[in-house]
Each structure stands twice: as structure tokens, then as C-alpha cells.
Design a binder for this molecule. Structure first.
Ligand SMILES: [Zn+2]
Length: 170
């Protein structure tokens, strides 16, 4: 094997690894887009933001924030339609011009079930696969394009999707 093809082989393997990693994350956390006001607490007490998307693993908060650093704990309060008030903590994992991405690291099982009820209801209205974006007139139990499981309403769905453990120091 010459140097060029060895390099190509390595690139190929790295790409496969990246794809698997990304895919794993997506399978665990189908996300929905929304537009809900959020009241922040803790260090950001008094700030308001908008919950722009939500999954069981985290959310994206849009809004002008006072400086937030990666790893900062964030406390948020919002009211989920049909599920009522919600208080939750998370950790800033990514900053973008529009806001900050938050990971939930200590969802208790009651909150997890409530959140999932809401998310799975919203997923029902989707006209495309939440993983690959392939359009569907009605969501099949398995995406015909990426073949990922779309049975969000089956009672087993949540149990078969383990929640990864977040480390306290990202
Ligand atoms: Zn798909």
C-alpha cells in the first residue's frame, strides 16, 4: 500500500467513525422545533430567551444572553403546552450567534416522561423523517430512506433509547 492510499484509508475510517457517532446521537434524540418563552434563573436570573428546539437530550435557547461560557449550568423555566410548567437545568455546550445549545444532564424520570409525551405528540405531526429529512405523507414505523425506527408512540420506544450519561466537566 502506498502513502496516498494509506491516507485515503485513514480518512475513510475517520469518516465512518464520525458518521456513526452523529447517527447515534440523532437516533437517541429526535428533536422538534418550537417557539416558547423561557425564563432563566441562576447566573442568568432575570433573562428571557426562546426555546427554539427541544429533544430529550437538550435544547437550543435563542436570545441575547449575558456572557455564557461553555460548561455553565443553566436553569430554565417554561410552560409546555398540554404538560404544564417545567423547571429544568442544563449545561451550555455550544455557543452560536443566535443563542446557546444546552444539554440536559440530570433529567429525572418524571420530567423525562413529560417531555417525551410532548415531543412524541409533536413528532406525530411531522411530514418528514426527523433524522434524514426524507418526506413522508404519514410517518411510517420505519423510515423508508434511512431505515431508522420512527415508532415514537410505541411504549417500548423510550425504553429502547438509552440516555447517555453526561459528564460533569464537558
Ligand atoms: Zn429517515
Amino acid at each position: 500500500m502506498n502513502r496516498v492510499s494509506a491516507r485515503k484509508g485513514i480518512d475513510y475510517l475517520l469518516n465512518v467513525a464520525r458518521t456513526i457517532e452523529g447517527a447515534d446521537e440523532m437516533r437517541l434524540f429526535p428533536r422538534i422545533n418550537l417557539d416558547l418563552p423561557v425564563v432563566m434563573n441562576g447566573k442568568l436570573s432575570g433573562s428571557t430567551a426562546t426555546l427554539a428546539n427541544l429533544s430529550l437530550g437538550g435544547a437550543f435557547l435563542r436570545g441575547p444572553f449575558p456572557p455564557v461560557r461553555i460548561g455553565d449550568p443553566l436553569f430554565m423555566k417554561y410552560s409546555l403546552p398540554s404538560q404544564g410548567p417545567f423547571e429544568q437545568s442544563g449545561r451550555a455546550v455550544r455557543k452560536e450567534a443566535e443563542g446557546v445549545a444546552v444539554n440536559f444532564y440530570d433529567l429525572d424520570s418524571t420530567s423525562r416522561i413529560k417531555l417525551w409525551k410532548y415531543i412524541s405528540e409533536e413528532l406525530k405531526n411531522l411530514r418528514q423523517c426527523p433524522y434524514c429529512g426524507h418526506p413522508h405523507a404519514a410517518l411510517p414505523s420505519k423510515c423508508t430512506h434511512c431505515e431508522w425506527n420512527l415508532e415514537f408512540h410505541s411504549p417500548e420506544y423510550l425504553d429502547s433509547s438509552p440516555i447517555p450519561k453526561y459528564q460533569n466537566n464537558p
